[in-house]
Design a protein around this ligand. Sequence first.
Ligand SMILES: C[S@@+](CC[C@H](N)C(=O)[O-])C[C@H]1O[C@@H](n2cnc3c(N)ncnc32)[C@H](O)[C@@H]1O
Length: 297
Amino acid sequence: MLHFPVMLEESVDFLINDLNGHYVDCTFGRGGHSKLILSKLSNKGILSSFDKDPDAFKFGLNINKENFNIYHDSFTNLDKYFVDESVDGILYDLGTCSTHFDNSERGFSFNKDGPLDMRFNNNEGIPFSEWLQNADSKDIMKILYKYGEEKHAKLIVNAIDKVRKKKPILRTIELSNIIKEVYPGKYKKVHPATKSFQAFRIFINNELNEFKDSLEIAKRIIKKDGLIVTIAFHSLEDNIIKNFFKPNKKLFPKDIPLNNQEDKLFKCIAKKIRASDEEINKNKRSRSAIMRVFQKI
Ligand SMILES: C[S@@+](CC[C@H](N)C(=O)[O-])C[C@H]1O[C@@H](n2cnc3c(N)ncnc32)[C@H](O)[C@@H]1O
């Protein structure tokens, strides 16, 4: 099954304000948003898409259009490709694609057996299993609390410690069973390993820091009147966006009235847009999506 793009029409409608403009899709995935952007642009309009996942990149190579570029790179490197004030719109559709969970070999899924990897770019860094084997228990616990808001972090870490003392945890199913076995209460709808897998994935991909770094670059390379459209899937991502575009009041002493210098760099065009009921019925993943739109002024 392919990935269902979330808030497709709405996000692309916000993004494009010049059909001859240059747009950037930071998270190509399986190209849902990219394809719609391309279908709207004129021949003079350009789309440059990025994905650090090699499978997503390969998928992007199938789009043969002169006004389309696909880069196998992280969105933290946008400044290698664009100078300041040069692009008309930037889109981030964060998180995972459903294709990540469908392919057990990528190690994202807690209910499909595969190597415990979880990296978007599996050509770089180390698989999660390798990190887990050597990590300090306190660090594992911090990650579970911080990125998963997992209140049973301590129980989970104790269970992991017991097993990894004897042998490394190398498979997704091993880890999800370890968590399931110690998790208090009856397992109903939500699998007990859901929060832990989310936390570990965010950590091993350095997702939140990369997103913050990329927004810093986006802020510079976007033209005046250009739009930054973000789709987040949990509060940790959404808080980064909200706070990023807030005026930095600490920069100014209390007694000097804010003349909104920072404030005036971007204006909020749309906040906290949710998927329609119709979309949520068709695609459960869209239930947690929050879209925000900011414009450089
Ligand atoms: C939700 S999916 C995007 C789906 C896409 N909009 C579509 O309609 O097919 C998010 C994608 O972002 C990619 N990604 C995550 N972090 C990234 C980063 N730092 N740089 C580039 N791509 C990244 C993931 O590999 C994944 O393919």
